[in-house]
Ligand binder design. Structure first.
Ligand SMILES: Cc1ncc(COP(=O)(O)O)c(C=O)c1O
Length: 436
């Protein structure tokens, strides 16, 4: 397999060490099943479903055919004041699998756009109820909610916000849920539910009636699988209810089977008021994000607008793009037909056994995991992240792709992976981290 390009210089790559990459590029030119192939013809095992996107594995012909046929039939239609059948069908299908009465779906093109959309829906909802003074938002340390201005403001990752000033005013951060006593705890830690009381403290400090919404990833994903302590999400739900604060679950990573059920909300038995979705919504084959909203929020905003008027002044040129909707529908068909959420549940024990077997490596300082999502921390060197980046490269040389955030390796295999793939992932991690 060969691949040529005159220069890599013109593409300014996202979240990438550009100079380092361009000196020794890692180009992916083909993907099938649980593998990628590089421009030099090497086969690489995909240990993180791309970027938590490709739950049904790569190269799914059903999705490619659905997208191609949609583009031949209707390539594009303006989404403001016009519609096309696939978006309504996809919203119906999503409403069937979302928990509770989260039955209205607003489409965006990425997780970041879904998050910023949810922020605006929260403001519009409270305004429609005559509570437009609710302008505070609550997020959490170590949170990742994308990179648009709203999501950057919610971000609890220092590197993602330090360059960008204070961004949106009125955002406050609860403490994260990682605690030293929970190191190497598998699943939900027994202790730490009390950290949810940070929300209560903000309600006492600012007035609960000034807070619009509380955003959390049920399992904090990008930072490295921080599983919520037992009782934590339930406590957030109670505090939100007590103060009329909307609870938003950012399920961009957790959604679509990663936790062994359709959504983490189902796995943890807590129903939020809104859920942000992206990534595995289309199996990564088309860019798409979405916000699933409970009926009362939709009805409040829509019914409060004058008859015939636009109710929410928000949307994207590519909201509900026909190709993305086709990919979403074909993806949901695969999840259903191949029972991939059940498969994830069934595989989880085996996967977590394998991941937690890494605990004996001297460089590994923590392992966490739930469902088919896990992470391990390695002892940092003087420059935080340098050792993680070294591992990323060594693992790639050894035939494995996983996502690294600083000195944390994130593992989330496609849900079609089998035992041998899990063993291979953990074998390569052991070989590389064991040699540090
Ligand atoms: C929880 C969460 N929210 C939002 C995003 C942003 O999604 P995107 O990169 O599609 O904008 C991500 C991306 O990893 C995420 O993990």
């Amino acid at each position: 397999m060969s691949y040529t390009t005159n220069t890599l210089e013109n593409h300014w790559m996202p979240f990438t060490a550009n100079r380092d990459f361009k000196a020794d590029p890692r180009l992916l030119v083909k993907a099938e099943g649980v593998h990628y192939w590089t421009h030099t013809g090497r086969r690489i095992l995909d240990g993180s479903s791309g970027l938590f996107c490709c739950a049904a594995g790569h190269g799914r012909q059903e999705i490619a055919e659905a997208v191609g046929s949609q583009l031949r039939q209707l390539d594009y239609g303006p989404p403001f004041q016009w519609g096309h059948p696939s978006s309504f069908e996809l919203a119906n299908r999503l409403a069937r699998i979302t928990p509770g009465d989260l039955d209205h779906v607003f489409f965006a093109n990425s997780g970041s756009e879904a998050v910023d959309t949810a922020l605006k829906i929260a403001m519009a909802y409270h305004r429609a109820r005559g509570e437009g003074g609710r302008l505070h938002f609550v997020s959490r340390e170590r949170a990742y909610h994308g990179v648009n201005i709203g999501g950057t403001s919610l971000s609890g990752l220092i590197k993602n916000r330090e360059t960008f000033g204070g961004v949106m005013p009125g955002v406050v951060h609860m403490r994260h849920t990682w605690r030293p006593e929970s190191r190497f705890v598998r699943g939900q830690p027994e202790t730490g539910a009390d950290l949810a009381d940070d929300l209560q403290r903000f309600a006492a400090l600012y007035g609960g009636h000034t807070i619009a919404a509380c955003f959390v990833e049920p399992i904090a994903g990008s930072t490295g699988t921080l599983v919520p302590p037992k009782g934590y999400l339930e406590r957030l739900r109670e505090i939100c209810d007590a103060h009329g604060i909307l609870l938003v679950f950012d399920e961009v990573i957790c959604g679509f089977g990663r936790t062994g059920k359709a959504f983490a909300a189902d796995s943890f038995g807590v129903v939020p008021d809104m859920m942000t979705l992206a990534k595995a919504l289309t199996n990564g084959a088309q860019p798409m994000g979405a916000v699933a909203v409970k009926d009362e929020i939709y009805e409040t905003i829509v019914d409060n607008a004058p008859e015939g008027a636009v109710e929410l002044f928000h949307g994207y040129t590519y909201s509900a793009h026909p190709a993305a909707c086709a990919a979403g529908l074909a993806t949901l068909d695969i999840y259903e037909r191949e029972k991939l959420f059940d498969r994830a549940q069934a595989m989880s024990e085996r996967f977590l056994d394998a991941m937690f077997s890494l605990a004996d490596l001297p460089a590994v300082t923590d392992v966490r995991g739930y469902g088919m999502l896990a992470a391990f921390d390695i002892e940092p060197e003087e420059a935080p992240g340098a050792r993680g980046h070294h591992c990323l490269k060594r693992m790639f040389e050894a035939g494995l792709l996983i996502k690294w955030t600083g000195d944390t390796g994130c593992v989330a295999p496609p849900l079609v992976a089998d035992d041998s793939h899990i063993d291979e992932i953990v074998g390569i991690v052991r070989e590389v981290v064991g040699s540090l």
